[in-house]
Design a protein around this ligand. Structure first.
Ligand SMILES: Cc1cc2nc3c(=O)[nH]c(=O)nc-3n(C[C@H](O)[C@H](O)[C@H](O)COP(=O)(O)O)c2cc1C
Length: 329
């Protein structure tokens, strides 16, 4: 059912279906004060001469500056710069406080660092556009980096990922008689197996079983814990109690008893256990970097973000293994 064109909320929502990048557009007022705002109305106009446009709300506090100055710069934000977008979208702040800013030669336009691309422009035309002014400019200089861009879609920030046409279509809806390779369990299990392949061998070389390594890895962030608390923390990954594993690790010198405080024994890594586990964790991190480097652009970051989202949304009530302030291993 079509919405009426004069329903501003519906109109705004419909416009939000058009995914855009996010820019910060900066200029310098006559008295040298830097101004800037977040804008996603930026677009290309012409290749020869090189021209771009964007539209500025007539309510914007920067309007007098952009109506006066001929010079401005468009910063196409990188995916990690959503904080910068938030800062420049707020009114009434010193938006440039704490930022690394360089003044453009000649015009003095404030230039920001770390963007996906940057265009220095000179105003060619200004047009009335309802409650906005459309500003068209000629590009006088530009720079580009390999950083992937920040995306804005349906009122939210997003990341750009390539639509990989070589991947098979999702087939979850197909009625299958047995396990099929589109099932989430299969995908997660296989991804886990493949991502651990190299490390598994190193763990074995150290004379450890996988379960023993899991307990050791947990002890690298939680020193002085009881077998029961390890059982609770590792219930999602170990299907046997930790106590026999702890006894074996004690016998092998990987761990020691930190005390008991009148209760059950508290376990910690021994000195040599800590050194050997640091070596294994470094190998795991290096293996992770190798694997992520094989993925396109930001796909590795996206994969982690989606897995975290999935873990949170499906959590049946498991405690976090790692206390927030200690970060993840
Ligand atoms: C993702 C995003 C895109 C925006 N795009 C525009 C735009 O194209 N034009 C505009 O005038 N304001 C846009 N805004 C709003 C301005 O950034 C915001 O009103 C800002 O406070 C204006 O700053 P100023 O009043 O200091 O000029 C956008 C905000 C966000 C978060």
């Amino acid at each position: 059912m079509p919405s009426r064109a004069h329903d501003p909320k519906a109109f705004r929502a419909a416009l939000g279906s058009f995914a855009t990048g996010v820019t910060v557009i900066t200029a310098c007022s006559g008295d040298g004060t830097p101004v800037g705002l977040t804008a996603n109305s930026f677009n290309s106009v012409s290749l020869d001469p090189p021209m771009v446009l964007w539209s500025l709300a007539k309510t914007s506090r920067s309007l007098p500056v952009f109506m006066d100055t001929e010079h401005w710069a468009v910063h196409v934000l990188a995916a990690e710069q959503h904080g910068l977008s938030d800062v420049f979208a707020r009114a009434g702040e010193d938006k440039f406080a704490g930022l690394e800013v360089v003044a453009a030669a000649g015009s003095g336009v404030p230039l920001l660092e770390g963007c996906a691309a940057r265009f220095e422009c000179r105003t060619s035309f200004r047009y009335e556009g309802g409650d906005h002014v459309i500003i068209v400019g000629e590009v006088t200089a530009f720079e580009r980096s390999s950083r992937s861009p920040l995306v804005f879609h349906a009122g939210r920030y997003a990341r750009a990922t390539e639509h990989d046409r070589s991947l098979p279509q999702a087939r979850s809806a197909r009625i299958a008689g047995g396990l099929n390779d589109d099932m989430l369990g299969y995908l997660l299990g296989r991804a886990h197996y493949q991502s651990h392949a190299g490390l598994r061998e190193l763990v074995r070389e150290q004379g450890l079983s996988e379960a023993q390594w899991i307990v050791i890895a947990a002890l690298t962030v939680q020193d002085g814990v009881t077998a029961a608390s390890l059982d609770a923390a590792l219930s999602y990954v170990l299907d046997t109690p930790c106590e026999p594993i702890l006894y074996a690790l004690l016998a092998q010198g990987w761990i020691a008893i930190a005390g008991s405080a009148g209760g059950p024994p508290l376990y910690r890594l021994s000195e040599s256990g800590r050194m050997r586990s640091v070596h294994l964790l470094a190998a795991a991190k290096s293996r992770e970097s190798d694997l992520l480097a094989r993925m396109e652009g930001d796909d590795g970051l996206l994969l982690k973000a989606l897995l975290r989202k999935f873990i949170t949304s499906t959590n049946p009530g498991l405690a976090d293994l790692w206390p927030a302030e200690q970060g993840q291993v």
